[in-house]
Write a protein that binds this ligand. Structure first.
Ligand SMILES: NC(=O)c1ccc[n+]([C@@H]2O[C@H](COP(=O)([O-])OP(=O)(O)OC[C@H]3O[C@@H](n4cnc5c(N)ncnc54)[C@H](OP(=O)(O)O)[C@@H]3O)[C@@H](O)[C@H]2O)c1
Length: 281
């Protein structure tokens, strides 16, 4: 198999994470297996799943079918709110390991903070224990706002390796990214292509793509990478899987990056997105 073109980023607790990976929601066990196998063949090494996606078995089957040694892969999964306790996190990790058919996880995330339950700090303590025991290589959170992160740091003194949040040029999350940068937290973008909401039809993106002889999706992914983010675009199409990983052979100009960044809707965009103070599973 040819080497992966995807560079890695060093995480705070020592692991290295590919800067681009495969999103797997909403693929089911049956479909995801072939998609994962194809993706690994194209050079993807990071696969993003979750207990909630109901596809960890298929993801694991695809990884095994790829034939690549486990240590060359980077497997991320996430657990739900009913696991928000020290024991619950250990059990969730064991169950994900079993469903995936792997012997360890690279990165385990609290899927949503669910502050109404007020248990995410306990969940975080559970993740810290798994990290100390060497059962996971990196620990993180998803959909955490600055206030949630501040509590983790205040109560445990340990910052996440990663916060996976919804982020694209129209929803650029400037403030939380600045907080991440201060605390050595890697920002990972979910729905990096805007998840079919018209971002790829934006005239600014289309014009820049035409100038570089690239596709709108490639330009958007390059913007994320140029900002230093990790991205997990999802595609079930072989052609688009190949297109989405072919983003390491061109660069955007400072002017291109500024024009794309100017699409940010700021507070209005955040107000329209899912609110992790009230939504979560
Ligand atoms: N942590 C969280 O709470 C959370 C929430 C949501 C998602 N996620 C993760 O983030 C991943 C990505 O997010 P997402 O799937 O919502 O959105 P996305 O990756 O931004 O967009 C996926 C959509 O774009 C299409 N697409 C992919 N590549 C394309 C290309 N080159 N050109 C045109 N269209 C393209 C896909 O269709 P085709 O499949 O037909 O190509 C699919 O409809 C998920 O799969 C999941 O792993 C995490």
């Amino acid at each position: 198999m040819p080497p992966s073109p995807v560079p890695t980023v060093a995480l705070a607790h020592g692991a290295r994470m590919p800067r681009l990976g495969l999103g797997t929601w909403p693929l089911d066990d049956r479909t995801v297996q072939g998609v994962v196998e194809q993706a690994v063949g194209l050079g993807y090494r990071l696969v993003d799943t979750a207990h909630n996606y109901g596809n960890e078995r298929g993801v694991g089957a695809g990884l095994r079918a790829s034939g690549l040694p486990r240590e060359e892969l980077f497997v991320t999964t996430k657990f739900n709110k009913n696991s928000h306790s020290v024991r619950g996190v250990r059990r969730a990790a064991e169950q994900s390991v079993r469903r995936l058919g792997v012997d360890y996880l690279d990165l385990l995330l609290i899927h949503w903070p669910n502050p109404g339950r007020d248990r995410y700090v306990e969940a975080w303590r559970g993740l810290i224990e798994l990290l100390k025991a060497g059962d996971v290589r990196a620990i993180g959170v998803s959909n955490f706002k600055r206030a949630h992160l501040e509590r983790l740091l205040a109560e445990t003194g340990v910052a996440p390796d990663v916060n996976q949040i919804q982020l694209d040029p129209r929803l650029a999350r400037v403030q939380v990214r600045a907080y991440h940068a201060q605390h050595d937290i890697v920002t990972e973008a979910w729905s990096p292509l805007g998840a079919g909401t018209g971002l790829l039809d934006d005239p600014v993106i289309i014009a820049i793509a035409a100038r570089h002889d690239r596709t709108p999706a490639q330009v958007v992914l390059r913007w994320h990478l140029d900002l230093g983010l990790v991205v997990v675009p999802k595609s079930a199409s072989p052609a688009r899987l190949a297109e989405n990983i072919d983003v390491f052979g061109f660069t955007l100009s400072d002017g291109d990056i500024a024009a794309i960044s100017a699409l940010d809707r700021g507070a209005a965009g955040e107000a329209a997105a899912l609110d992790s103070d009230t939504f979560g599973h």
